[in-house]
Each structure stands twice: as structure tokens, then as C-alpha cells.
Write a protein that binds this ligand. Structure first.
Ligand code: NAG
Ligand code: NAG
Length: 280
């Protein structure tokens, strides 16, 4: 039975029909994809192998009008990871919906949002993403390249109600994480220099730097520094170019896939908001 007041973890969005299924490995289709350029995101669903060997489904959506890409995958433990790249605003958003363990008295799920600067060479352009097709949707894909772990220290907060000033995606993506949206001073500075209103950003308590890691704190009510790590198991990180005798210049003919781990350190006002961080 569902306990009263339970909120369901949002599931991956339903698939849009794909009109074109082109070659395998993934290639860029010459014709424009479903909805590309018409305001309806094009979606690709791929099966990916996680580092621990398990297979999960990943959904990749591209909206070339909004110039954005989003990626969503569910980990075997039920955690839903999503990544949004907003090329217009140089913003990327990571969101984790972490399922609580009911027997430990935890609430249904906990949401975290990490917002950092998007560099345009981190992932392929949205217009190329919208054209990606696969011939064999059952194929299990594994990233061709493993990129190094990126460790980020999230030292300021984002005010959810002002979030649209930073990226129009923030309101949807971080709706469950209103009290837990983090970014970095250096990213905030980059965006404010480009005209984003500084009211988006909020200082965290000054002592945050000196606090112990949550794994070392016993008192559930005490503030501490929490760490959350996530993995983008498979994403198209670069375009591949081919040469042909019929064409004067190299042309885009596919993608290179990458896997990358991120680890975020951030302030929590209470140890109990970081239950996964065990004694290291
Ligand atoms: C990346 O994360 C996955 C799952 O979280 C883990 O199994 C793997 O060892 C990590 N790899 C690196 C290079 O940190
Ligand atoms: C967030 O911004 C709104 C509007 O400026 C403001 O009223 C509110 O107090 C801010 N929230 C926090 C937690 O500072």
C-alpha cells in the first residue's frame, strides 16, 4: 500500500516515435529528425552498460530550437539521474532523485540539483544530437572513452524562485530540489559578468569550508559537507568527421561516446540530509 502523501519519483518520459533508424553504430542522419526544429524534442533511447556491468536504459532528448540537450538514466538502485545542457545560457544542470530507504525512516526521495557552467565542447551540439539515430535499439552500448573524474566544490546556493534568470530549464528540472540547488562562486561570476542578475545566487553559511565531511559526523542534526557522486554512463561527447572523394571537405558522419564521473561537495544544514555519505 502507498503511504499517504507519497510522491512518486517522476519516471523517464514516454518515447516519441522515431521515424528514421539509421546505421549502427550511431550515425548522424542526413534528414532532419522527428520534431527537430519544430519545437518538439527529438528523443533517442539507448541501452547502456554501467561500470558495474548492469544494463540500464538512457533517454537523450535534443531540442534544437531551445538549443538544449537532456539526458536521463535510472540507476539499478532506483536513483534517477538527469543532465541538462542549455547551450543558450552556458548552463548545465545535474539532478539526482535519490530514493530513501523506508525502513530507515527516510522520506520517499531526496532531490539534489547542481548547476555549473557548460563549455560548448563538453557534448555535441543540440542540432547534431537531434539527428542521432540507431539501427539496433537493443544493442547495449558502452562508452568509447572514459573521461577523468571531475570534482566540484559547490560553494553557493541558487534561489529557486529566481532560477529562470539563469536558465529557463531550472524551474522544471529542479522543482523537487528547491532547497538544494548548488553552484560555484566561479560559475556565478562568469554568468553575472554576462548579465545574469546576482539575486539568483545566495551565500551559504561562512563556516561551510571548515565543516567535517558528513561521514565523520554522528549527530544527525549537525551541519556538514556532503559528497554526492554520479556517472554519465554514455553520452555523445564529440562529432566524428569522415572524408570522401565526392566531397571537398570532411563531413560529420557520427559521434564519439564518452563516460564521465562527477563528484560534488556541498554544505548540508543537517547530517540526515546526507545519509549515503558513510564513514570513509
Ligand atoms: C564512476 O562511477 C561508477 C558508478 O558510480 C563507479 O563504478 C566507477 O568506479 C567510477 N569510475 C571512476 C573512474 O571514478
Ligand atoms: C529568493 O528570492 C526571492 C525573490 O527575490 C526572495 O523573496 C527570497 O527571500 C529569496 N529566498 C531566499 C531563501 O533568500
Amino acid at each position: 500500500m502507498r503511504p499517504p502523501g507519497r510522491r512518486d519519483v517522476p519516471s523517464a518520459r514516454p518515447a516519441l516515435p522515431l521515424l528514421l533508424l539509421l546505421l549502427s553504430p550511431l550515425l548522424l542522419g542526413a534528414p532532419r529528425g522527428v520534431g527537430a526544429g519544430s519545437g518538439v524534442p527529438a528523443e533517442l533511447r539507448v541501452r547502456v552498460r554501467l561500470p558495474d556491468g548492469q544494463v540500464t536504459e538512457e533517454s537523450l532528448q535534443a531540442d534544437s530550437d531551445a538549443d538544449s540537450i537532456s539526458l536521463e538514466l535510472r540507476k539499478p538502485d532506483g536513483t534517477l539521474i538527469s543532465f541538462t545542457a542549455d547551450f543558450k545560457k552556458d548552463v548545465k544542470i545535474f539532478r539526482a532523485l535519490i530514493l530513501g530507504e523506508l525502513e530507515k525512516g527516510q522520506s520517499q526521495f531526496q532531490a539534489l540539483c547542481f548547476v555549473t557552467r557548460l563549455h560548448h565542447n563538453e557534448i555535441i551540439p543540440s542540432e547534431a544530437m537531434a539527428k542521432l539515430r540507431q539501427k539496433n535499439p537493443r544493442a547495449v552500448r558502452q562508452a568509447e572513452e572514459v573521461r577523468g573524474l571531475e570534482q566540484l566544490h559547490m560553494d553557493i546556493a541558487v534561489n529557486f524562485s529566481q532560477g529562470a534568470l539563469l536558465s529557463p530549464h531550472l524551474h522544471n528540472v529542479c522543482a523537487e530540489a528547491t532547497e538544494a540547488i548548488y553552484t560555484r562562486q566561479e560559475d556565478a561570476q562568469f554568468w553575472t559578468e554576462r548579465g545574469v542578475d546576482s539575486s539568483v545566487f545566495e551565500a551559504l553559511p561562512k563556516e561551510q569550508m571548515e565543516l567535517p565531511r558528513c561521514g565523520q559526523v554522528r549527530d544527525q542534526g549537525k551541519p556538514c559537507v556532503c559528497r554526492y557522486s554520479l556517472s554519465l554512463a554514455w553520452y555523445p561527447c564529440m562529432l566524428k568527421y569522415c572524408h570522401s572523394r565526392d566531397r571537398p571537405a570532411p563531413y560529420k558522419c557520427g559521434i564519439r561516446s564518452c563516460r564521465k564521473n562527477y563528484s560534488f561537495d556541498f554544505y548540508v544544514p543537517q547530517r540526515q540530509l546526507c545519509l549515503w555519505d558513510e564513514d570513509p
